[in-house]
Design a protein around this ligand. Structure first.
Ligand code: MG
Length: 160
C-alpha cells in the first residue's frame, strides 16, 4: 500500500531575518518571515507527509498563535511529524521538492538540504530531490518578495 502527499508553502522575505531552507542557514540580506524559523521547505515537506496520511496540516499540529512554536526549529517540527508517519505504519519512499526563489542562488546549498531532509526522513540522500528555480522575474517570488516550495512525497506501508 502506497500513499502520495503534496505540500506547498510560501513565506515573505524581509530584512533582519535569517534565511533557513531545510535546516541550512543561507547567507543573504533577507530571510523568511514567520512565527517559527519560517523554513518554507521544511513546512512544505511536513504538509506533504500530513497530506499523504490525510492528517490535517502543519497549522493544525503546530498553531502559529501558540507561543511554544515561536522561533521553532522547523526541522524539529518535521521530525515530530515523521514520528506520526512511523506511528501510522508508514515510511517515506522518496521525496521531490521544488523551491522557487529569484535570489539567492541555491545551487551550492542543495546537497546539504538533501542530506538534512534525508536524515530526518530516514531515507538515503538518493531518495531526496531538491530542485531550485527562479520565477522568471514575475509574481511574488520573481520580484524577490517571497520564497515558495512545493513537495511531493511517496509513503509505503511498513510490513507488520
Ligand atoms: Mg510555513
Amino acid at each position: 500500500m502506497y500513499r502520495i502527499g503534496q505540500g506547498y508553502d510560501l513565506h515573505r522575505l524581509e530584512e533582519g531575518r535569517e534565511l533557513i531552507l531545510a535546516g541550512v542557514s543561507i547567507p543573504f540580506d533577507k530571510g523568511l518571515m514567520g512565527h517559527s524559523d519560517a523554513d518554507v521547505l521544511c513546512h512544505a515537506v511536513t504538509d506533504a507527509l500530513l497530506g499523504a496520511l490525510a492528517r490535517g496540516d502543519i497549522g493544525s499540529h503546530f498553531p502559529d498563535n501558540d507561543p511554544a512554536y515561536k522561533g521553532a526549529d522547523s526541522v524539529d517540527l518535521l521530525q515530530r511529524i515523521v514520528r506520526v508517519v512511523t506511528g501510522a505504519g508508514y515510511k517515506v519512499e522518496n521525496l521531490d521538492c521544488t523551491v522557487v526563489a529569484e535570489r539567492p542562488k541555491l545551487r551550492d546549498y542543495i546537497d546539504r538540504m538533501r542530506q538534512n531532509l534525508a536524515e530526518v526522513l530516514g531515507v538515503p540522500t538518493s531518495h531526496v530531490s531538491v530542485k531550485a528555480k527562479t520565477n522568471e522575474g514575475v509574481g511574488p517570488e520573481g520580484r524577490g518578495e517571497a520564497i515558495s516550495a512545493q513537495v511531493v512525497v511517496l509513503l509505503s506501508e511498513t510490513p507488520v
